[in-house]
Design a protein around this ligand. Sequence first.
Ligand code: CTP
Length: 397
Amino acid sequence: MNIVVGVTGGIAAYKSVHLVRLLTKGGHDVTVVPTDDALRFVGLPTWEAISRHPVTTSVHDDVAKVRHVALGQAADLVIVAPATANSIAKMTAGLADDLLGTTLLATEAPVLIAPAMHAEMWRHPATQANIATLRERGVHIVGPADGELAGGDSGPGRMSEPEEIADAAGALLAPGDLAGLRVVVSAGGTREPIDPVRFLGNRSSGRQGAALAAEAAARGAEVTLVAANVSADVRGVTRHPSVRVVRVGTAAELSDAMKDAAASADIVVMAAAVADYRPVAVSDRKLTKEAGGVPTIELVENEDIVAALAVAKRPGQIVVGFAAETPENEAEMLERARRKQERKGVDFLVVNAVGWEHGFESAENAVHILGEGGVVAGVASGSKRAVAAAVWNAVRG
Ligand code: CTP
């Protein structure tokens, strides 16, 4: 595998010499991309000797080979070890003023960072906010360990040992548990037009569906994400070469796209919030008060898409439904969810409680996952990515 090891300017850079050695001994082709600061700790000849590749820090070398993006494009994994507080801030901001910065922006491969800094710098809200952002974008973080730091201090901030970083890299390069599977995930909320400027819709942001798609891709699946009016920030989450995005607006469009993708899928997940009804007639022109009186909008029921997908299931295909409920208590929520699971004929039903203040438009979620016979196959809370991981764990059994 092609691995890029970015080295930034911290004393732990000396430990990364051993990391590069472990990776090359493991049969990987390793290119080291140090920052200028890193070279003050460990010199360029060391990196060239240990990786057996030419090493540069500059975007202006080897321009004919478009090295500033080529390295990132060709990489199967990018590691940054040590990742200093400054380099973490630069990564978060997307700065690209050196070869490591451009490589990180150009890559679609998994990125693993091993933070190393003083405990105060690690605990600083700026660093913690940056780490949270990177995590949300799918960057993998190993460490830091709690232990002795340069200058005799101790606390969290010590770079993980090279063996631990190499193990984390190995886990990322191993085929995921969804490798070879095709999955289709719907996300967002449908909008049923009333007239050219108005619609019947709902508050679903599409973040949970996008997190399911991103997690499935990270685990090796080929993913189709059918996105209905998702909020703008979910686009970054699904920027993965194995995620294909199909945009839809109405329930009818969602139905067509889902049926199309489900025909060749192993797992179908309906996380989108579908409008149960649509206006019978859509006005060509904007409804206006000049017409007088209060308009009545006559509605007709939409197809239950997930129920239709469950009926049309291919042999061995798994169908997962979602339900957002407003119950009095957990027992009522589970009882409603079990009835819904049976009514819709889905293999799994992921249920969460929602209200005006929680559930929608937020980064966090808390769910119960019902499996065969309505038995609770998993419970998860936390970031939508963590919930997504729990859903795939339950589906994989
Ligand atoms: N769903 C669907 N097609 C619809 C409505 C819902 O495929 N027309 C799917 C949703 O994507 C979700 C599941 O069914 O996976 C449950 O959605 P929910 O709105 O809770 O179901 P409803 O049948 O509308 O139930 P309720 O009467 O509680 O609104």
